[in-house]
Ligand binder design. Structure first.
Ligand SMILES: [Zn+2]
Length: 398
């Protein structure tokens, strides 16, 4: 026996009675099959409804080979059951899904863009449209047209259409099934085969907002929001605007100019900081050169630093090895150990071999060239032993 699909005729029906005609144990849960249902099973890019059957929460509704299964964790009492649909969730799906028909029809009408796929998720709604190019002006046109259709409050109806009528209908896309083709019509605007749930009039979709787009295989993927999601999105954007106004001490229309100034100032400050840092590192390198010791004819600077940035140590090492006859063995010790070994051009010492010879002491890994090598290790307690061992290797004439 096929379950009667009540949502086809009345997507606003949220309370109904039904009879359980089959109970399928599925893993730790049960799949209830009813004689009639208003629960929409996940399909065609639209998630399933949730709600209650006989007071037991319905977690998910699936369709397997035409059989609609209502997934529950416990079985309700008896077979005649009162059922209810979570209306907020259903209305949200109806708004987003009808919004998708409108947006897809606008893309088709304005730019001949076909909709390749539709996904209605909890956090985002997306469609993929077959387009060669897209820009902000096109987005404004699509959004404007979509919202005009919403404001016109056109009736949205659905009916099973026979082959004869199907031939003459201006369908936006071909049906994906062969029999019982259900066509959703937005009066005088769009005709599309679809099995989902939709609002009765386009006005119920509310505001339609294209949020963002990115290139994808064969076109562009668009994210959009409708109705209650558009309101939630507006509130989010508004809170961000307020935060920026507070932080920048400006009014909303001044944010753009304030941000541009801030970024210019920031870049200049970064540049200045880099120059000052370079100068400081040069002083530090001078001091370290004075502390260097001769090992096997090479002036070696070996030192461990706590809480320093490895990039600073790289600059420091570069400064040191500009002098002929020098080697720098520098270690940066934070939560882990980072190491940089490098030498002047004229020094005969293979830094890659040296670092590999002593790395086991700090459980390290890494490598490089004879002139410079680097890597990291985990044993922060063995850093002093690590450096002593490296000096010993140099002394031995590695
Ligand atoms: Zn639809």
């Amino acid at each position: 026996m096929q379950t009667a699909r009540l949502y086809y005729d009345d997507p606003y029906l949220i309370n109904f009675t039904a009879r359980i005609i089959q109970t399928l144990p599925i893993g730790e849960k049960y799949g209830l099959v009813l004689d009639r249902t208003a629960f929409y099973p996940e399909s065609g890019g639209q998630p399933s409804d949730t709600g209650h059957i006989g007071g037991i929460p319905v977690l998910h509704v699936t369709e397997e080979n035409g059989q609609i299964r209502h997934m529950v964790e416990r079985l309700p009492c008896g077979t005649a059951v009162e059922c209810s649909i979570d209306w907020q969730r259903r209305l949200d799906h109806m708004q987003q899904h009808t919004g998708q028909h409108i947006v897809s029809a606008c893309f088709a009408s304005l730019y001949n863009g076909d909709t390749d796929s539709f996904h209605l998720g909890r956090d985002s709604v997306s469609i993929e449209i077959n387009l060669d190019r897209f820009d902000v002006d096109m987005a404004v046109r699509v959004e404007t047209m979509a919202n005009e259709i919403a404001v016109k409050n056109l009736p949205v109806t659905a009916e099973i259409v026979d082959d004869m009528r199907l031939q003459i209908m201006p369908l936006r896309k071909r049906p994906s099934v062969a029999d019982n083709i259900r066509v959703v019509q937005i009066q005088g605007f769009d005709y599309s085969p679809c099995g989902g749930t939709h609002v009765g009039h386009t006005g119920e979709v509310g505001l339609i907002r294209l949020k963002k787009w990115e290139k994808c295989k064969g076109g562009y993927r668009f994210q959009f929001v409708c109705g209650s999601r558009a309101l939630a999105d507006y509130r989010l954007q508004d809170s961000i605007t307020r935060l920026l106004c507070d932080q920048l001490s400006v009014r909303d229309f001044e944010i753009k100019a304030a941000m541009e100034k801030l970024m210019t100032d920031y870049k200049a400050a970064q540049k200045e900081l880099a120059a000052v840092k370079q100068e400081l590192l040069a002083y530090e390198a001078d001091r370290l050169l004075k502390e260097s010791r001769t090992v096997n004819g090479i002036r070696v600077v070996s030192k461990a630093f706590d809480g320093r940035n490895i990039n600073d140590l790289k600059l420091l090492a570069q400064s040191i090895i500009q002098q002929p006859g020098h080697a720098a063995l520098l270690v940066c010790r934070n939560d882990a150990v980072q190491v940089i070994f490098s030498r002047s051009e004229d020094v005969d010492l293979d830094m890659s071999r040296l670092i590999k010879a002593v790395f086991p002491i700090i459980n390290g890994k890494g490598g490089g060239s004879p002139k410079a090598a680097q890597g990291g290790g985990s044993n922060t307690a063995a850093v002093e032993d690590f450096l002593s061992a490296a000096l010993l290797e140099i002394e031995k004439g590695l």
